[in-house]
Design a protein around this ligand. Structure first.
Ligand code: ADP
Ligand code: MG
Length: 276
């Protein structure tokens, strides 16, 4: 919207006073974007002979849009997403092992309402983090408070919090978001206190009916041996799977794929150079 259009001069002294009071109201209510749009909206109202109700609606819509954008920005800042990926970037043809229907169902975010957990399981490079980032971003865009972390980071922060006497605060922090995404479970071995922190986070969220997304390279059958205490691992799996879906991805590594393509290009280039 352009602000170069000066508002048409108010027709009378009392119009001018009303206009000034309106500006003062908008300033008092901190509706800065509506205040900025006011001259243009009033111009439109005059030239298009808009009824008062449409004029008010246009003015407030400006403020609502701006507020929504600010909130989205702040939700995304809070979310700590590690990459700019969104679900639309995921190439299903590159990863035919992914159940596209399931991902599209998850993209509706109904799993947040039902407090359904999502386990993305597969070897490195198959797009687990990409899908997790995409789903988490979709949650933020739909207005939910979401938070993305790695298992290692969660463990480190809980460990520090325990030492500093902030354990309960930390647990509340991880219980808070509508969606918590924990990336890379199983890449590093979990110490016993890390496993129990993770269990407590998952259990609290399970009891609250809040959804958690977990990505891991460890197949369900190996959880008991992979995460220190097999009883804690079993209890964790129990909470995750009671209301949960497993997305298994076992196609080729996308990272290796591009690596192979690069290697192939280099080889071709080398051969071509040789030929000349
Ligand atoms: P993982 O977490 O399973 O190790 P990532 O999600 O980090 O794998 O993906 C590795 C890289 O490959 C990333 O740069 C990601 O953007 C890309 N990638 C993986 N799968 C796909 C896909 N199906 N479509 C587009 N890019 C992909
Ligand atoms: Mg990953």
């Amino acid at each position: 919207m352009t602000t170069t259009n000066q508002p048409e001069a108010p027709r009378s002294q009392s119009d001018a006073e009303t206009y000034q009071r309106l500006r003062a109201h908008l300033a008092f209510l901190k509706l800065a974007d509506a205040a900025e749009a006011l001259p243009a909206v009033l111009d439109e109202a005059r030239t298009q002979k808009l009824p008062a109700v449409s004029t008010l609606e246009r003015l407030l819509a400006v403020e609502v849009d701006a507020t929504e954008n600010r909130r989205l920005t702040s939700r995304l800042r809070f979310a700590c997403l590690p990459a700019p990926w969104s679900l639309a970037d995921f190439d299903y043809t590159a990863q035919p092992g992914v159940d596209q229907t399931l991902i599209r169902e998850l993209a509706t975010l109904r799993f947040l309402d039902s407090g359904t957990n999502v386990l993305l399981i597969g070897p490195p490079g198959v797009g687990k983090t990409m899908l997790a980032v995409g789903l988490t971003r979709a949650g933020a865009q739909a207005g939910h408070r979401v938070y993305f972390t790695t298992a290692a980071d969660l463990a480190a922060r809980c460990h520090k919090a325990a030492i500093e006497g902030r354990w309960a605060t930390m647990m509340r922090f991880y219980a808070g978001p509508r969606l918590l995404t924990i990336d890379e479970l199983g890449y590093l071995p979990l110490a016993a206190d890390a496993a129990s922190a993770l269990f407590q986070v998952i259990n609290t969220r399970y009891q609250n009916g809040s959804a958690t997304i977990i990505t891991t390279n460890v197949g369900i059958a190996s959880w008991a041996s992979a995460f220190g205490d097999p009883i804690v691992a079993a209890a964790m799996l129990d909470r995750l799977l009671h209301r949960g879906v497993v997305v298994g991805i076992d196609g080729p590594s996308y990272r290796l794929r591009s690596h192979q393509a690069r290697a192939e290009n280099l080889r071709t280039a080398a051969v071509t150079n040789h030929a000349h």
